[in-house]
Design a binder for this molecule. Sequence first.
Ligand SMILES: [Mg+2]
Length: 236
Amino acid sequence: MTLLTALEAPPERSYDDLPRLMSLMTGDEKHSAAATSTLDVLWVLYDRVLRVGPGSADDPARDRFYLSKGHGPMAYYAVLTAKGFIPEAWLPRWASYDSPLGHHPDRVLVPGVEISSGSLGHGFPLAVGTALGLRAQGLTSRVVVLVGDAELDEGSNHEAVELAGALGLDNLTVVVVDNGSSTHNRPGAIAGRFVHEGWHAAVVDGRDHTALERALTARIEGRPTVVVAEVEEKWA
Ligand SMILES: [Mg+2]
């Protein structure tokens, strides 16, 4: 029993292992900016913030993470591998015909993935519904949803900003990874849109793990939180 446990336990991995895990996945050149802009946010969430792991992936009281920006999942798969949700052996064949790891994450096929995503504008409204459901059940779990700056161009997100603010969903955190890729957003204006609807907002360096941890663990009574994580401009 002891031997089996030792063999089955995934090896401990650190942030420094992520580039190697990412390099095992090839062929996503189209979305490499989407994949790498989220890497530090994802790592800090799973390493320091979220109360969830491979052993609690079905626990009703777990924290939920929704990757709404599902069209660039390489960093997500690398972090899930580093944290033991999925085996490293899955990575080299990602996006092949019978691989569970698609170009868009599938909640049915990939352990630890909470929503199937990739079509922009879906994850944030789903997170609002989940936060409301958790509150109705009296659970203290949090919901964190990651969206892209360009994804906020989708109208469904604005409805979600309004509703979560009106309901005071303080168990909800939205992370906007801002790489200046939006068509319609004015530079520097993202946080203000949320504050106007009653949210708590923080704007941080999306590569600074200490700043990200501080912002992502904040919970302000009666207000949802948005963290704008600024990273390198996509077109720079
Ligand atoms: Mg973007």
